[in-house]
Ligand binder design. Structure first.
Ligand code: GYE
Length: 357
């Protein structure tokens, strides 16, 4: 719905209400006054204005949403994009303006500015990194356009710059992964052994990276050694490249923590190419995050040990938030999504069949 149309409706609604009030005051005999006032509201020109010029105004009934997406770096991201595109359809009452920032913050800032210029009704951002958003958020606020954050978080001093955030609890995912590793190693009788770990990190400064790295660090044991941590930018190719260099540098890696599934796929390829093995029967334990369909295949194949779920299906969640805001209801500022984990001790083949991404 365009701003101009909205103000016409609001203005007419106000007139209608004033007519109602006027009647009520001039004729204090409550009942008939109210009855007289009611038809005035119904007959108000607001609806005529809204329904008038067909073609152009048809799209004006839609809620226009600009989505500043991170990019297309992973299976998780593809599922997330799909979730938005299938939720924010015209049949559902929306017009979606989708922008793929190719993992660059500057592109996202440009996209947000273009959404402001186009006078969208809502701006949704999955921020590439956490910092550096104040200026553009001020601009959105100035324009009166609500901003909803989804997936990754922003680190801004004034949290009134956005309505709310919905996404996964990345710190919890990381600490759950460390707790899982502790139990797993104990089960193998390796609870006291020195364990060499490397981490393939996500895009540095992205809250999915920061949270998973910090969460895992919080569960590190005295006998675990973090040999190295480097970014694989959440992509399979960079994950493979970094893993190749780790394998050359460190001959005795016991565990690889991959901060998303696509980097894990790259790491597994690198391990196999180096003549090593991984998974529950192999030399190297692989821990990953996301739990996309291909990761289940990897667990079924015995290459990956455990995967900590991060749910990408935020389209309907954001739509629910928008509907509440449309209705003038308040929304919870921080909304975490429940997430599970999976490992090869479970019937991962059966679980895969039940999953939507
Ligand atoms: O883990 C990764 C994607 O922000 C949670 O981004 C998201 C992460 C997800 O590239 O696969």
């Amino acid at each position: 719905m365009k701003k101009k149309l909205l103000s016409v409706i609001l203005a007419t609604a106000m007139v209608a209400t004033m007519v109602g009030c006027g009647s009520a005051t001039s004729e204090p005999a409550a009942a008939p006054a109210a009855e007289e006032a009611a038809p005035a509201k119904e007959a108000a020109p607001a609806e005529e204005v809204a329904e008038e010029p067909a073609a152009e105004e048809a799209s004006d009934d839609l809620i226009v949403v600009g989505y500043a997406q991170v990019g297309a770096e992973s299976d998780w991201r593809t599922a997330n994009t799909e979730s938005f595109k299938t939720t924010f359809t015209e049949e559902n009452g929306y017009q979606l303006i989708f922008d793929d920032a190719q993992q660059k913050q500057e592109n996202q800032i440009k996209a947000i500015r273009s959404f402001i210029q186009q006078e969208v009704d809502y701006i949704v951002v999955a921020p590439v990194v956490e910092t550096g958003w104040e200026t553009v958020l001020e601009e959105a606020k100035e324009a009166g356009i609500p901003v909803i954050l989804s997936d990754r978080m922003m680190d801004v001093s004034d949290d009134s710059l956005y309505e709310c955030w919905v996404g996964g609890n990345f710190v919890k995912e990381g600490s759950d992964a460390a707790a899982w590793l502790k139990t797993y190693l104990e089960g193998q009788g390796k609870g006291e052994e020195e364990i060499n770990i490397v981490t393939l990190q996500g895009t540095i400064g992205a809250s999915a990276q920061v949270g998973r790295t910090d969460g895992f660090a919080s569960g590190m044991q005295d006998n675990w050694v973090m040999l190295d941590k480097q970014t694989g930018e959440f992509t399979q190719s960079k994950g493979q490249e970094v893993m190749e260099s780790f394998l050359k540098k460190y001959p005795d890696i016991d565990v690889v923590v991959c901060e998303n599934d696509n980097m894990a796929f790259g790491a597994i390829d690198a391990i196999k190419a180096a003549g090593k093995t991984c998974g529950p029967e192999g030399d190297i334990t692989i821990i990953s995050f996301d739990a996309v369909a291909a990761a289940f295949d990897s667990m079924i194949a015995g290459d990956m040990n455990a995967d900590f779920e991060c749910n990408p299906l935020h389209g309907p969640r954001v739509a629910e938030i928008i509907q509440k805001l449309q209705a003038g209801e308040s929304v919870e500022k921080i909304q975490y999504v429940d997430e599970a984990y999976f490992d090869t001790s479970m019937d991962v083949a059966a679980i895969k069949e039940t999953r939507a991404y």
